[in-house]
Design a protein around this ligand. Structure first.
Ligand SMILES: [Cu+2]
Length: 113
């Protein structure tokens, strides 16, 4: 009799890998605030916020690099080191935004109620 080869554990391991995924940008709990920091390094903090319609959100850049805020459907706003930008949200909805310079690392969401 030859040795038995058990391939099953390997298959199970591979399935776990797929299930765990590589993480998404959608796991954050919204924070009720209208202040977002561009924190070191390459982060929006908090990345998901909740505000009321008519509120203005201010992003402040405390990182060592220039960033931008581009809300879906709006123009890109450049924010240098130490600068800030404010955007008013009049209509309820969910607004995704990115830093267009670092869109892989820096994205966030404004939920307007
Ligand atoms: Cu950036």
């Amino acid at each position: 009799m030859g040795p038995r080869r058990l391939l099953l554990p390997l298959a199970a391991l591979a399935a776990c890998f797929v299930a765990a995924g590589c993480g998404g940008a959608d796991a954050s709990t919204p924070v009720a605030t209208n202040e977002v920091e561009m924190a070191k390094s390459y982060r929006f903090d908090p990345d998901v916020i909740e505000i009321d319609a008519g509120d203005t959100v201010t992003w402040t850049n405390n990182d060592n690099f220039t960033h931008t805020v581009e809300v879906d459907g709006q123009s890109d706003q450049k924010v240098g080191r130490g600068d800030s930008v404010s955007i008013k949200f009049d209509e309820p909805g969910t607004y995704d935004y990115v830093c267009t310079l670092h869109s892989h690392d820096m994205s966030g969401q404004v939920i307007v109620k």
